[in-house]
Design a protein around this ligand. Structure first.
Ligand code: ADP
Ligand code: MG
Length: 272
């Protein structure tokens, strides 16, 4: 497949990464909204088992970058490959053409997403919420889907809440149901956009613990968050966004070292 040229990014700091297989590769993805460049051409590579934490001030393009990774937000330019499949283009009989939406849908199902505002179905129990995708999108039989849902809920420490309705759960518990639901499709990677920002402070920790458990179990994750403690503990890599540019992409130990890029150091001082 053809690859879009990658735009020049000022002051980008980047080092080579592990040799594991690349599961998500974004090249030169950019996006503007009514003339405003929300995301300048950006490259991002996510390898199997990696945990990439995306940090940056509000409005710096973190969500836009995350949303282009599974093409919820189709990039204006550039492309994203999920397990080697281009989301922008497909080879037709007459050469390259835009990939049809239904094909994008299918590829997109390989990526799980967890948002700030978890949208669980209010009339379904936790296990039904988790089982639904398996039944509807995968054709898994009901009993099997419910049993898998129970296993997934146990993994996020909700084994005792399988029959609870969303309204009976705390924000943190609901978000963990959303994580179990995202995992139910056995995605190659999970994307999180500020998964704890809308939660009461006392339930933030339990969600971060579930995410740390997933990371330890080898899940591939890209996480936009402001939780620096979590980032230091769970991330393999830190990406730093500013004004729609990815200006840093470093292993976590180098990102939090005294010789990290000054603009990132300044950001850390502001949020700490
Ligand atoms: P972050 O997640 O880092 O806060 P975003 O990616 O949401 O940043 O936004 C980057 C910029 O793009 C901001 O200026 C924001 O206002 C703008 N933006 C994002 N989404 C939209 C949209 N759907 N319509 C118009 N502007 C948007
Ligand atoms: Mg955002």
């Amino acid at each position: 497949a053809m690859r879009a040229p990658t735009g020049k990014v000022e002051a980008r700091v980047e080092v080579p990464r592990s040799s594991a297989e690349v599961v998500i590769e974004a090249t030169g993805v950019s996006k503007s909204f009514s003339g405003h460049m929300a995301l300048h051409p950006t490259d991002l590579e996510v390898r199997r088992g990696e945990v990439v934490v995306v940090l940056g001030p509000s409005g710096s393009g973190k969500s836009t970058l995350l949303r282009t990774l599974n093409w919820i937000e189709a990039a204006d330019d550039g492309d994203v490959w999920i397990e080697g499949k281009s989301l922008a283009w497909t080879e037709g009989r007459n050469g390259r053409r835009r990939r049809p939406e239904r094909e994008i849908d299918r590829i997109r199902q390989r990526i799980g997403m967890v948002f700030q505002n978890f949208a669980l179905f209010p009339t379904y129990t936790a296990r039904q919420n988790v089982a639904l995708g398996l039944m509807r999108l995968r054709g898994v039989k009901r009993a099997e889907a419910l049993s898998r849902a129970d296993d997934l809920l146990a993994r996020v420490s909700l084994g005792d809440k399988t029959e609870a309705f969303p309204i009976e759960l705390s924000g943190g518990q609901r978000q963990r149901v959303a994580i179990a639901r995202a995992m139910s499709m056995e995605p190659v990677a999970l994307l999180f956009d500020e998964p704890t920002s809308a939660l009461d402070p006392e339930t933030v920790g339990e969600v971060l613990t579930s995410m740390t458990d997933l990371a330890k179990a080898g899940a591939t994750m890209v996480i936009v968050t402001h939780e620096l403690g979590f980032a230091k503990k769970a991330a393999d890599r830190i990406v730093f966004m500013e004004d729609g540019h990815k200006i840093m992409d470093l292993p976590v130990d180098r990102a939090f070292a005294p010789d990290a890029p000054p603009r990132f150091r300044a950001f850390l001082e502001l949020v700490d």
